[in-house]
Design a protein around this ligand. Structure first.
Ligand code: HEC
Length: 102
């Protein structure tokens, strides 16, 4: 019983964390596809860039890591997205592929 009420408390909060991510999914897709994110990942995966985000042994396992990886690739590969752009892409990738709630 205690476990059940703990779950009831925790689940909506996690779902809210993802829903409350700042960012715009449509703009995120545009930025992702028109900057080098898509083309570089496509080269790495033999033309199936989505695979990087959906493969069983993907690196990113929660929202925090997703934010870290997007801003990491953005900086390391000099893609040049600003903070809003990074938020948009994180939201796009989470809603389309990762589907993390926390
Ligand atoms: C010049 C190449 C390059 C560019 C440009 C690039 N990335 Fe990456 N990306 C990589 C590499 C390399 C990895 C690591 C793959 C691995 O370790 O298996 C990676 C991994 C990732 C992952 C983690 C995939 C997983 O395993 O869960 C995400 C998310 C990601 N990149 C997002 C982005 C975004 C968003 C952009 C554009 C802002 C971007 N990347 C631009 C090369 C690139």
């Amino acid at each position: 019983m205690r476990l059940l009420s703990a779950l009831i408390l925790v689940l909506p909060l996690n779902a809210m964390a993802a829903a409350l991510l700042p960012g715009d999914v449509e703009n995120g897709k545009k930025l992702h596809d028109s900057n080098s994110c898509l083309s570089c990942h496509a080269q790495m995966t033999g033309g199936r860039p989505d695979m990087l985000y959906t493969r069983a042994d993907r690196k990113v396992t929660n929202l925090g890591e997703l934010m870290g990886q997007v801003s990491g690739c953005n900086k390391m590969q000099k893609v040049g997205l600003d903070e809003n752009g990074v938020n948009d892409v994180v939201k796009y990738l989470n809603e389309s592929f990762y589907k993390f709630s926390d």
